[in-house]
Design a protein around this ligand. Structure first.
Ligand SMILES: Nc1ncnc2c1ncn2[C@@H]1O[C@H](COP(=O)(O)OP(=O)(O)OP(=O)(O)O)[C@@H](O)[C@H]1O
Ligand SMILES: [Mg+2]
Length: 256
């Protein structure tokens, strides 16, 4: 049965989508059955995975609000992962759900429909702490928090942690923070190195993954070409971090 991870940070552009996709492909390369869930109406993950969000007839919106079974909206990607896609329709879901019964448990229901069929389910959140992110946290076993190596990103982490502890208290007692994942790390700057220390100092009880995703233009290039970063001609050191994180997640699952 799948372990469910959510990648969340309400700060925009910290590498949530990039991490979800490349981690997912790295897990699939290790022989794991992986479902990626796009919970961002911008459909960035859907795009990275090779689909045009606007061309899709069935998306997670239809599972959330039109009772379409999750299985019927799942797409298969060329690099071994399955995808529950999203597009702009999802932006109205947040409003439509406000008065719905069990409005925080809609994603949990969807995840439960397919959980037996996968080893890992990874959910990519939009940069906000709204109802969809809350739904994702309610459905997840663990949260990975991508944090870009700059000071503003560290500050935003505190607000996210508050929401996580609230969800844990009220909706999902098993929820755990798996770790903070440093992204966009530029080893040439002292600032970036200081940020790693700040993360250790400010969040002493949280696990800081030792796999640091270095900054590289290849990530943006790969996303534009809709290939995983492992497929770029010149190997990127940052890509290895996703391979190592994937091995870590598999080891942890096997140990349980
Ligand atoms: N390690 C990296 N080095 C350089 N650029 C990166 C790296 N990781 C991601 N990027 C690029 O930075 C931009 C933002 O990344 P991404 O979309 O993954 O962030 P996000 O947190 O999902 O953003 P949003 O909050 O808007 O959903 C993208 O153009 C992406 O290609
Ligand atoms: Mg994103």
């Amino acid at each position: 049965m799948a372990v469910v991870y959510v990648l969340a940070n309400q700060k925009g552009g910290v590498g949530k989508t990039t991490s979800t996709y490349n981690l997912g492909v790295a897990l699939a390369d290790l022989g794991q059955r992986v479902l990626l869930v796009d919970l961002d109406p911008q459909g960035g993950l859907t795009f990275c995975a090779g689909y045009d969000p606007e061309d899709l007839e069935r998306t997670i919106y239809h599972c959330l609000l039109r009772n379409v079974p999750a299985r019927e909206a799942v797409l298969k990607n060329n690099y071994g992962v399955h995808l529950l896609p999203a597009n702009i329709d999802l932006s109205i879901a947040e409003f439509q759900l406000i008065n719905a019964p069990a409005r925080e448990r809609r994603i949990t229901k969807i995840v439960n429909e397919v959980r037996e069929e996968y080893d890992f389910i990874l959910m990519d959140c939009q940069p906000s702490l709204g109802l969809l992110t809350m739904n994702a946290l309610a459905a997840a076993d663990r949260v990975i928090v991508p944090v870009s190596c700059e000071y503003l990103s560290v500050r935003g982490t505190t607000a996210l942690l508050k929401l996580i502890y609230k969800v844990k208290g009220q909706l999902n007692s098993k929820l755990e923070v798996a770790g903070l994942l440093p992204t966009m790390f530029d080893s040439r700057t002292r600032h970036a190195r200081q940020i790693l220390q700040t993360l250790r100092d400010e969040f002493p009880r949280l696990h800081l993954y030792p796999y640091v995703v270095t900054r590289s233009i290849r990530f943006a290039e790969a996303a534009a070409e809709r290939i995983p970063v492992f497929e770029t001609k010149i190997q990127v050191p940052g890509a290895l971090a996703y391979r190592e994180l994937a091995r870590d997640l598999v080891r942890r699952k096997e140990d349980e």
